[in-house]
Write a protein that binds this ligand. Structure first.
Ligand SMILES: CC(C)(COP(=O)(O)OP(=O)(O)OC[C@H]1O[C@@H](n2cnc3c(N)ncnc32)[C@H](O)[C@@H]1OP(=O)(O)O)[C@@H](O)C(=O)NCCC(=O)NCCS
Length: 143
């Protein structure tokens, strides 16, 4: 999508505030991948929720840092963004959607499991010390 500087700035702030990230996002780093972002906006045209959908293989897309502003949670924004992320991934030919969730992030885990993702593995991130769970959803079942 076409992102304005203001929206890119808002996305970066949202990502930095709401996730325990080992690298900080900036307006520039968001704009570099502007086409990957899907957002939800307030009536005042501010970003209240966002997600990045990135192609990693012809058959696989990654859903990154699905984030909703603290004041806007439990209103269905995340579910709506996941639906849109899946639609975008399918339109690019993806057969598999993947995301990672830090251990202990129960709300995110419940959300993704409720959306059909399965836990497939867990690894340790030495930079953060967190164990990170890998979740996948198959978009085209084996026959
Ligand atoms: C996780 C997060 C994206 C959920 O956003 P949200 O807009 O509140 O989610 P929704 O309103 O669409 O809720 C969808 C489902 O997620 C689950 N869920 C959301 N918040 C939850 C909570 N606090 N506890 C348990 N389940 C929760 C529920 O299954 C919910 O369905 P329900 O409302 O019918 O019970 C949001 O809390 C957030 O931004 N967290 C911080 C950033 C983060 O950790 N992102 C995930 C990176 S992997």
């Amino acid at each position: 999508m076409t992102l304005t500087d203001t929206h890119a700035e808002q996305i970066a702030s949202l990502l930095n505030e709401r996730n325990q990230l080992t690298r900080k996002y900036t307006r520039e780093s968001v704009l570099e991948h502007a086409d990957n972002y899907i957002c939800r906006f307030s009536e005042e045209n501010n970003v209240v929720a966002c997600v990045e959908v990135k192609s990693v293989q012809w058959y696989q897309s990654e859903v990154l840092h699905l984030t909703v502003a603290a004041s806007q949670t439990r209103k269905g924004h995340a579910k709506a963004l996941l639906c849109e992320a899946e639609r975008v991934a399918r339109s690019k030919g993806a057969r598999l959607l993947q995301c990672t969730i830090r251990d202990g992030n129960t709300e995110s885990r419940t959300l993704f499991e409720g959306f059909g993702f399965s836990h497939v593995n867990t690894f340790n991130n030495p930079s953060s010390g967190n164990n990170v769970a890998v979740f996948q959803k198959v978009l085209s079942n084996a026959r």
